[in-house]
Design a protein around this ligand. Structure first.
Ligand code: PEP
Ligand code: MN
Length: 372
């Protein structure tokens, strides 16, 4: 059960104390308080854990200071969509809104390599009115002898270049809690010229200790990728781990499933699950066409498979596209064969706009049908 307080009721107000006193008399019920600090108002939510079945929803709703009460189904207590649950989807970070209605594109390098390549990428993004990117500094690699990323050494100059070109959010994978400290330290030292969305990759979806540590900080939002060999339910529970520790600013990323049935794509594209995740949870949903397809193969209609699956994900209602680009893919140190060339960015953005318009038209048409 979640008790949502009126916006003006903070943890210092007498009503808040009265509500806590009321709850403290209930046996086997513990509380956890979460405050969502927004630009206009702060919303306080009290999560009740334990024997909540015996609680009277109407009685709690009648307490002073309570806006409404949501009874949660067992699954995904914090992130789930529950009956009569009208809490907003998503969040704002560094001036960029992430929710289940919008669409943000994160085109960028799979792995940071040279300052020249990073600058060329950032410049192309700025020239195409983009404020988000992806840049890998810590790369989990299958082969222990493969390039592992430049790590913390590249962070200051990557952040400074991002600031120079007006980039507001960089999706950056971390594989260890020390990387979180390194990123925060580098942001601090460079005067926060940009923001970072921490990416948890598919190999770490169930690294519960990493999830707990990342979930405990609320400064940086998180992009959690679906585990490539586990069920959707298991991956959504991994997201709930982050939320249960306090960080609710989570985007859920689809990146394809590992199975030979997916051949000839690197992974079996799972973008049909975009609306499913939006139905089950209030998280914005990201698609990663690059790691799903894994090549620059072109269909007889002239379009790259990457373009095809991007359009499929966007028309399914995706809220974020994470995609590999590179100024010189043949020189990329990681995933060059699947990267789009920077010259292709304006065309790719137009593809997305076409698919997005089609999605919006479909949605409007469906609403007309439902309201007939
Ligand atoms: C990545 O985005 O660079 C990456 C390694 O993705 P995934 O975890 O989906 O393989
Ligand atoms: Mn990659």
């Amino acid at each position: 059960m979640i008790i949502i307080l009126n916006p003006e009721i903070g943890d210092k107000s007498p009503e808040y104390q009265q509500i806590l006193d009321f709850l403290s008399n209930r046996p086997n019920v513990t509380t956890r308080v979460h405050q969502e600090i927004g630009a206009l108002q702060t919303v306080t939510e009290i999560y009740l854990i334990g024997d909540t079945a015996s609680l009277d929803q109407a009685e709690i709703e009648s307490l002073a200071g309570v806006d409404r009460v949501v009874r949660v189904s067992e699954e995904y207590r914090i992130l789930g969509r529950h009956r009569d649950d009208h809490r907003p989807t998503g969040f704002e970070y560094n001036g960029v809104t992430f929710d289940q209605d919008g669409l943000n594109v994160f085109a960028g390098l799979c792995a940071v390599d040279t300052p020249e390549h990073v600058e060329k990428m950032m410049q192309t993004l700025r020239d195409n009115n983009q404020v988000c990117t992806r840049m890998g500094a810590y790369k989990p690699r299958t082969n222990p002898y493969a390039f592992q990323g430049h790590g913390k050494n590249c962070l200051p100059w990557v952040f400074e270049l991002a600031g120079k070109y007006g980039i507001k959010v960089i999706a950056m994978e971390i594989t260890h809690d020390s990387h979180l400290d390194e990123i925060r330290e580098a942001l601090e030292k460079t005067g926060k010229p940009t923001g970072v969305m921490l990416q948890i990759g598919t190999r770490n979806t169930q690294n519960f200790e990493l999830l707990k540590i990342v979930g405990r900080q609320r400064e940086l939002p998180v992009l959690l990728k679906r585990g490539f060999g586990i069920t959707l339910e298991e991956s959504l529970n991994a997201a709930e781990y982050l939320a249960s520790e306090g960080n609710h600013h989570i985007v859920f990323g689809l990146r394809g499933m590992k199975t030979n049935m997916g051949d000839p794509h690197r992974n079996f594209v799972d973008f049909a699950h975009v609306p499913v995740i939006k139905r089950l949870t209030r998280m914005p949903v990201c698609i990663d066409p690059s790691h799903s397809v894994g090549s620059r193969d072109r269909a007889p209609d002239g379009m790259l498979d990457v373009q095809h699956v991007t359009a499929q994900g966007v028309i399914a209602g995706a809220n974020m596209v994470l995609v590999d680009f590179h100024p010189a893919p043949s020189k990329a140190l990681v995933d060059g064969p699947q990267a789009l060339h920077v010259d292709e960015l304006p065309y790719f953005l137009e593809d997305i706009a076409i698919a997005r318009e089609a999605y919006e038209k479909l949605r409007a048409l469906t609403q007309r049908f439902l309201n007939r």
